[in-house]
Ligand binder design. Structure first.
Ligand SMILES: Nc1ncnc2c1ncn2[C@@H]1O[C@H](COP(=O)(O)OP(=O)(O)OP(=O)(O)O)[C@@H](O)[C@H]1O
Ligand code: SF4
Ligand SMILES: [Mg+2]
Length: 317
């Protein structure tokens, strides 16, 4: 059993009568100490999958069905109060934009201290001392000075380090990171990613890492799931997916990384978000090897094509 176990998650927007499904039958697991990548084009349902697990779905979203268990406890059935407790202590969160995730009116040290006082019951002075240790462990230079500064006074990379310190402050078992390096300069991206991995290894945290960047996946993830139009179309060990992808979408994604002249399929404007694609493969309109029968007749199921390697394609072998 995985530490985090999401099963058959279905999420829709719209009215009950005419729902638009945006997450369709997504299942995934994250074990302690592993980093699982969730990749896919814009709008494929990555963030909503993570938000559901954290109990943070927007009010307009309908959770149609599914479970999301953390060590056997279904997170999707918790009250907001129960969820808040787990969020601060057992699940850490890092979002894309460190600026909007920080409070502009509080200095950086106070923001981390507050988390420690709230979730680890520390006194003011204990929390201050621990915050200093945390700032050191995420390699923030001149930590005493930085603790007294406000978000706008430090760089984006430093802000993301503070958020990572905050996310790991309660030594969470699970960290959910949604595009944690996307908003940063390329050189800073690598440093922040390395930091995330360092903290994850030190604390043996399980990480669900959302990214559109296969380079990120290749460098830190153990396993990866690839999403198209709300569905997982391929999943498996990183080495296997990076060297022998079996779904045409994953293949196109990799080709674009290896040869940037090709338009990355993540940037394509044609996708079927929101379009109901019953009885048809969701990738059919873009697939170079699509055949009418069965691709446009039957939606493919996920099939296991090797140990731990699943593919949602009729023609994959
Ligand atoms: N609040 C909302 N109201 C209506 N539709 C929404 C809302 N939030 C997301 N969606 C739709 O749900 C789908 C999945 O969105 P989601 O944010 O999970 O995608 P994503 O894979 O995280 O994309 P990105 O890479 O751009 O972050 C998209 O088609 C999006 O338009
Ligand atoms: S099922 Fe058919 S259309 Fe879909 S990815 Fe496979 S070959 Fe392409
Ligand atoms: Mg997203």
């Amino acid at each position: 059993m995985g530490m985090l176990e999401v099963k058959h998650l279905n999420i829709a927007f719209g009215t009950k009568k005419t729902p638009t499904k945006v997450v369709c039958d997504v299942s995934l697991t994250v074990e302690r100490g592993e980093i699982v990548g969730l990749v896919g084009e814009s709008g494929s349902g990555k963030t909503l999958t993570a938000l559901a697990v954290m109990g943070l779905l927007p009010k307009s979203a309908h959770l149609i069905s599914g479970t999301g268990k953390l060590d056997g406890v279904d997170l999707l059935t918790l009250t907001p109060h129960q969820m808040q407790k787990i969020q601060g202590s057992r699940i850490g969160i890092v979002f894309q934009d460190p600026f909007t995730s920080l409070n502009p009116t509080m200095n950086l040290g106070e923001q981390v201290s507050e988390v420690l006082r709230l979730h680890r019951n520390m006194s003011r002075s204990e929390a201050r001392a621990e915050t200093l240790e945390l700032f050191k462990s995420v390699h923030i230079p001149d930590p005493e000075i930085r603790m007294r500064q406000y978000p706008h006074q430090v760089s984006g990379g430093q802000r993301q380090r503070v958020l990572i310190a905050m996310a790991f402050a309660c030594r969470p078992e699970l960290l959910i990171a949604d595009e944690p390096t996307t908003a940063l300069d390329v050189t800073v991206q690598a440093q922040v990613l390395a930091l995330l991995q360092e903290m994850q290894q030190k604390l043996n945290t399980g990480v669900l890492l959302i990214t559109h960047d296969l380079g990120v996946v290749a460098s830190v993830c153990n396993r990866v799931l690839v999403m198209v139009n709300g569905r997982v179309v391929e999943s498996g060990g990183v080495e296997e997916i990076m060297t022998a992808p079996k779904h045409p979408y994953t293949q196109a994604l990799l080709a674009a990384v290896n040869n940037p002249v090709h338009l990355s399929p993540t940037n394509e404007t044609v996708n079927n978000n929101g379009r109901e694609m019953d009885n048809c493969c969701v990738y059919a309109d873009r697939c170079p090897i699509c055949v009418n029968d069965p691709c446009r007749m039957i939606e493919p199921e996920l099939r296991e094509l090797g140990e731990g390697h699943e593919v949602r394609c009729h023609l994959a072998t």
